[in-house]
Design a protein around this ligand. Structure first.
Ligand SMILES: [Zn+2]
Ligand SMILES: [Zn+2]
Length: 117
């Protein structure tokens, strides 16, 4: 009778890749909270609800990929904010020292003397 329970315990279905994995993290565990897993999953085009009756475990590989994707999104967001502030910071064609993009050549920026760079 122990074999049935054992068969079930050989793995968990990963919510993200649907593969059966032995090493998984439960989405509502303390470990998942520490890794901010839900925050990272929010970037995906899926919604996870605590009561949706679907797997609540995610495998290590998916977490790794999620981490990379999350960092990429953060980087893009940050870079977008810098570029926007660069545009907003000054409208007189000069990039002040306070600007995060100061000293970087911006070919799209009309009105800036190239020898000033
Ligand atoms: Zn997975
Ligand atoms: Zn600037």
């Amino acid at each position: 009778m122990g074999s049935y329970a054992k068969a079930i315990m050989t793995g968990f279905i990963c919510r993200l890749c649907s593969e059966q994995k032995k090493k998984v993290i439960h989405l509502y565990s303390g470990k998942a909270r520490k890794l901010a897993l839900m925050e990272k999953i929010k970037l995906l085009p899926i919604t996870i609800d605590k009561y949706d009756n679907l797997p609540k475990t995610v495998c290590e590989q998916c977490i790794e990929r999620l981490e990379i994707q999350y960092n990429l999104v953060l980087k893009i967001k940050k870079s977008n904010a810098i570029q926007r502030s660069h545009r907003l910071f000054h409208s007189n064609g000069r990039c002040p020292v306070e600007c995060p993009l100061h000293g970087i050549h911006d070919p799209n920026w009309a009105g800036l003397d190239s020898d000033e760079l």
